[in-house]
Design a protein around this ligand. Structure first.
Ligand SMILES: [Zn+2]
Length: 266
């Protein structure tokens, strides 16, 4: 495959908001204090600070570098709280040009998809287009259900968690739903691929370049918001700084979807 022209190189930036608004609680964080800086642990102890709520930090970093991204929120969290608790966060994101989508919990039944999408839309006060399934749990009916629910694009496919795979670039279509496979996921890189805080930025930057050189047009990056203050995940600003120094167009999922749609209508 020919290298992708620089003008065509695109990167979709995404974040999954996996934790409830109040986070996992002080005891959970303090049991893992080696993952955080002493300053953060101090704030956890004295101000009940929740370092798993990384949305403001992600916004600050992306604002600084002039990029926007997509945040996928779960309709219901593991503590039973609903996404309504994030309503103000979501509306602020939307008002400032970020995108919000559904981080689906259940997609096997049509009524679950409809209900979960409606919960996000109620919190957002507007329609949403995109989805990523929590833990990427795709089932047989996922894409027919998404199509009927009016979900236009999804980003829940990963063909290989153990290595970066060119199949996880670009887009494909399932039941009329555009799917952007996940090229890079922070959690897979730190676990299955053995990357560390020291190695991950150069590794991603080098691999991004190689994939464009071998013909990839779209790459999709997932960085969890709960990790941006944690060891490893806290290198997000260095990663973005390195990536924006290249000729890459940064896109939200919706922007990428619109480009795919326009290209197929041409
Ligand atoms: Zn998730």
């Amino acid at each position: 495959m020919k290298p992708t022209p620089k003008s065509q190189r695109k990167l979709i930036l995404t974040h999954d908001v996996d934790w409830p608004f109040r986070g996992p609680g002080k005891a959970h964080v303090l049991a893992r204090q080696d993952r955080f800086s002493p300053e953060i642990i101090q704030k956890v102890q004295t101000e009940d600070f929740n370092p798993y709520f990384g949305v403001p930090r992600v916004r600050e970093i992306e604002e600084k570098f002039g990029v926007k991204s997509t945040f996928f929120f779960r309709p219901v969290y593991d503590d039973g709280c609903e996404v309504g608790e994030y309503s103000q966060t979501i509306r602020d994101l939307l008002a400032h040009g970020w995108e919000v989508g559904l981080h689906a919990n259940n997609t096997a039944m049509q009524q679950d998809v409809d209900r979960e999408k409606a919960l996000i839309e109620k919190a957002a006060g507007t329609q949403i287009d995109g989805c990523r399934i929590h833990c990427l749990k795709i089932c047989d009916n996922t894409y027919p259900n998404f199509a009927k629910a009016g979900i236009k694009y999804d980003s829940s496919i990963s063909f290989d968690k153990h290595r970066i795979d060119s199949r996880n670039t670009g887009h494909l279509t399932r039941n009329g739903v555009v799917v952007f496979p996940i090229t890079f996921m922070d959690a897979y890189l730190f676990t299955y691929m053995g990357q560390t805080e020291e190695t991950i930025v150069p590794f991603i930057v080098k691999t991004v370049d190689q994939l464009y050189e071998s013909g990839a047009e779209i790459q999709t990056l997932l960085w969890h918001d709960n990790a941006v203050m944690m060891r490893g995940g806290r290198v997000y600003p260095q990663l973005i700084e390195q990536l924006i120094s290249r000729d890459i167009t940064f896109l939200t999922g919706r922007q990428a979807f619109k480009q795919v749609q326009e290209a197929t209508q041409r």
